[in-house]
Design a protein around this ligand. Sequence first.
Ligand code: SF4
Length: 231
Amino acid sequence: MARSYVHEARRRVGPKRVRIHPVIERLAAEHPDAVIALRFLNDLELLVSVLLSAQTTDVTVNRVTATLFQKYRRPEDYLAVPLGELEADVRPTGTFRQKARNLRGAMRMLLEDYGGDVPLRLEELVRLPGVGRKTANVVAAERGATQGVVVDTHVRRLSQRLGFTRREDPAKIEADLKRLVPRADWARFPHLLIWHGRRVCVARVPRCHACVLNDLCPASRVRRASPAPAR
Ligand code: SF4
């Protein structure tokens, strides 16, 4: 896309600091059900669900954890079975060998360093094997201890299309969003973008004509009539 066109599109919709509030309000009205789709009953189940959700769908994770959580209720339970058995139990979620190894490593660290509890601080969460910044942010936010903004593939794509960031690196995108999004909205903002990204602003061909943000979005493909010439 020509640079001048991008610049013109950004100028037309106005500064991001002015747009961020109506964007959040409209998305909240459009997607009142935008919450985490993973099913869990406690902090440990949340951590395990998010660890298993890499490279697969929430539906698959929920199907696997419906039986997994009957069998594995405490960190010790993940260490009490042979590795091959745990691998078989998480196999449908893909990359199961790596996930099983990470689960055991994380459970061991929970027991040795945190008394069997899931820590709350990001710095502690990212020490757990298999837990990156995105996973840590999800776990912290769902427990009411939001410390950052979750950046997944939807959040990255929509933030770029909406002109909220020009970065590619998730950590830099998160830094841009933390400066832009009011802190009180850090937890719900990613959910809103994720659900909008699944339903409307899909990756290949965004449905701009059906989008409540099309007059606020520099990437909108909706053509708006030019102002009528003065007579
Ligand atoms: S107007 Fe189009 S590109 Fe912009 S957020 Fe909506 S669907 Fe995505």
